[in-house]
Ligand binder design. Structure first.
Ligand code: SF4
Length: 425
């Protein structure tokens, strides 16, 4: 939208005349990062180095008044469903006016969804739905993003086609929850159907699905992942806890037995599947016994990828008012314990890859290499590595030029912590 209006993009704040901060408010750390970024840019605005400062995203949706009051350097604030007003807002700010743009939380922003790729080109995100209908008691997202609204399938296929034409080789499906795709528009889960259609588009080598809710993963989806060659054998499936009591308090709809059964079934159907999950430590009322159950689950299920967050009490969520809130210190200790356990598993899993040949996408060349090295070293990702989230594979001794987005076969020769080392085959 900004590009169609003639604005040019830069990620160098020194060169920018205007800045748009797209914020997050999911957990406290994200809020802090958002506020610090706004404050840094507000300083530039005060010093006359920036003409306009806009704030959008979830923090803007939730704390509009606070931002207006505390950071007067912000010219315009846009809510999560008013993003189609971004060009009007920027025009207005550059003309020296202030304002806010908010719409109903369940609004579906209009717009032709033309894309400017900001991910570097070899991968691109496709947002298939907005909002969430679940009621996880710790989560503010339904309040800032509204009810679940799927993007019509034909619109997604057209958008994905344009991404493929623009050179995207890896398409990554995102939403607050991808597995429910289609239920609002078509009356049933349509993620498998969408995936089949996306797989028919020329140009994509990989299609990756993020943010699956365990309970909503169907047999049809599993078989689609198994049988469509372009779909990465990678499943991002947050489980949050291994204790039934905590899962109940969290308002999650799965329990320990179901999670264990699902992971076993996934591995039986797709033996090389890479399962990523996330956990929260220190949810209100979490006892040592609950923590032990989560640790046991991590030990037993040996997730390939695991992120652990400390519980963040978010205003206006039921969990924030629950009794038995846990101290920050204990939350962190529990997080460290799980991370240590997972580290051993992750290093062993990486070692298990030695001797295997895997497909990898090139991200770039390592420039500060040792002059004694024979050939160049490139960095890439395997199907087990989502960009900016997981690890890398370092490919040494390359004697011809590779470019970002090339797909190569790599024989894994070693591992270093979470990363792999290999050579071209
Ligand atoms: S499913 Fe995810 S986005 Fe929805 S309420 Fe739960 S944690 Fe939040």
């Amino acid at each position: 939208m900004l590009s169609s209006r003639g604005y040019e993009f830069t990620d160098d704040e020194e060169l920018a005349e205007a800045a748009v901060v797209n914020t997050c408010c999911f957990i406290n750390d994200a809020k802090e990062e958002s506020v610090n970024t706004i404050l840094e840019l507000a300083e530039r605005k005060k010093a006359g180095q920036l003409k306009a400062l806009l704030v959008t995203g979830c923090l803007a949706q939730r704390y509009r008044e606070e931002i207006q009051k505390e950071i007067p350097e912000v010219d315009e604030i846009l809510g999560t469903t008013a993003i189609d007003k971004i060009a009007a807002a920027l025009d207005q700010a550059l003309a020296g006016q202030n304002g806010t743009f908010f719409d109903s939380i369940d609004n579906i922003p209009v717009g032709d969804r033309k894309r400017v790729l900001t991910t570097g080109g070899q991968f691109g995100y496709l947002k298939i739905a907005e909002g969430c209908n679940k009621c996880c008691t710790y989560c503010i997202i339904p309040k800032v993003r509204g009810h679940y609204r799927s993007v019509p399938m034909e619109q997604l296929i057209a958008e994905a086609g344009k991404l493929a034409e623009a050179g995207v080789r890896e398409l990554i499906l995102v939403a607050q929850e991808t597995t429910l795709y289609g239920t609002d528009l078509y009356g049933s889960k349509k993620l498998p159907e969408l995936l089949h259609s996306l797989c028919r588009i020329n140009g994509f080598e990989w299609i990756r699905i993020l943010y699956c809710y365990p309970e909503e993963i169907t047999e049809e989806l599993i078989q689609t992942i198994k049988t469509e060659p372009k779909i990465c054998h990678y499943l991002d499936m947050p489980i949050q806890s291994g204790s039934d009591e905590i899962l109940r308090k969290m308002g999650r709809k799965t329990n320990q037995t179901e999670i264990r059964t699902l992971v076993k079934h996934l591995r039986a159907e797709i033996p090389d599947i890479c399962i990523r999950t996330t956990l929260i430590t220190g949810f209100p009322g979490e006892t040592t016994a609950d923590q032990s159950q989560t640790m046991q689950m991590v030990k037993d299920l040996r997730f390939d990828r695991l992120g652990v967050f400390t519980y963040s009490a978010e205003e206006d969520t039921p969990a924030a008012d629950m009794p038995e809130q846990i101290s920050e210190r204990l939350k962190k200790t529990r997080r460290t314990r799980i991370m240590k356990l997972q580290q051993e598993i992750a290093f062993e899993t990486a070692e298990d890859m030695i001797g295997r040949t895997v497909r990898a996408v090139i991200e770039g060349r390592i420039t500060d290499k040792d002059p004694e090295d024979d050939g160049d070293t490139y960095v890439g990702r395997t199907y087990k590595d989502a960009p900016d989230i997981d690890g890398y594979v370092f490919i040494g001794g390359v004697n011809h030029e590779l470019i970002s987005g090339d797909f190569v076969n790599v024989k894994i020769t070693g591992s270093h912590d979470y990363d792999l080392i290999g050579e071209l085959e």
